[in-house]
Ligand binder design. Structure first.
Ligand SMILES: Cc1cc2nc3c(=O)[nH]c(=O)nc-3n(C[C@H](O)[C@H](O)[C@H](O)COP(=O)(O)O)c2cc1C
Length: 211
């Protein structure tokens, strides 16, 4: 337990008070970030290269279907840029999720990291990049991973047998989903639960909220 009443483990996972300025609210204590320090720490939790004790997890990406219904699926988080608050996911350009994101360019991302007992929920604006814009990224996709990006079989299309699909890699089927984070909601389950929300308003503004 440190001087602020937090255990070291808890302090590692939720925004620390240092580098912040408290702002009053009738319902809750608020923290406004004066620098990027805390948002960097938070985003670092999403980043596999983090210096923090982050175990890679597969987030769930949620979109809105053409019928206005929620759609969720597991993805791999390929990149998290701390400074810009952007996340990157790779997918097949012709997958339903891309069509959904083109029609309704917002998404939610969810991760539960059982090791750190941290739930991360993100709301983001989504931008799809493909073709020449992703040529450099494509060049770094390992050979064995490229089979997911084939022009022959559209993900979700009917096939006559379980293995009757094509997996010939084609850069033309490769897309990068850029997620520009609007809001992050972090819930840490400890001896006392803590929950924080960060919204992007120029810089990041963070508030403690009731869990
Ligand atoms: C562990 C795991 C990781 C996955 N990673 C990705 C990924 O990074 N990108 C992707 O498009 N699909 C990924 N998938 C497959 C998706 O969950 C989904 O089945 C597929 O993309 C089709 O989704 P859609 O029909 O909503 O477009 C992954 C599935 C699993 C189980």
């Amino acid at each position: 337990m440190n001087s602020s009443g937090r255990t070291a483990a808890e302090g590692r996972h939720l925004p620390a008070a240092s580098g912040t300025r408290a702002v009053a609210s009738s319902h809750q204590r608020s923290l406004e970030l004066r620098s990027r320090t805390n948002s960097v720490l938070t985003l670092a939790l999403l980043c596999r290269e983090s210096h923090l004790l982050w175990r890679p997890a597969h987030p769930t990406l949620a979109t809105v279907s053409s019928e206005g219904l929620p759609q969720a699926r597991t993805v791999v988080l390929r990149k998290a840029d701390r400074a810009s608050g952007r996340l990157e996911i790779h997918t097949n350009l012709f997958s339903p999720k891309v069509a959904e994101l083109k029609a309704t360019p917002v998404a939610a991302l969810h991760v539960w990291d059982s090791g750190s007992r941290l739930q991360i929920r993100v709301q983001a604006d989504a931008v799809i990049a493909h073709g020449d814009d992703v040529a450099e990224t494509w060049s770094r996709v390992p050979e064995q991973s490229r089979t997911a990006y084939s022009l022959g079989s559209v993900p979700g299309s009917l096939i006559p047998e379980a293995l009757a699909y094509e997996s010939t890699p084609d850069a033309a089927a490769f897309a990068v989903v850029h997620l520009h984070i609007r809001l992050m909601d972090l819930l840490h389950l400890g001896s006392q639960h803590r929950r924080a929300q960060f919204v992007r308003e120029g810089g990041w503004v963070g508030n403690w909220v009731a869990p």
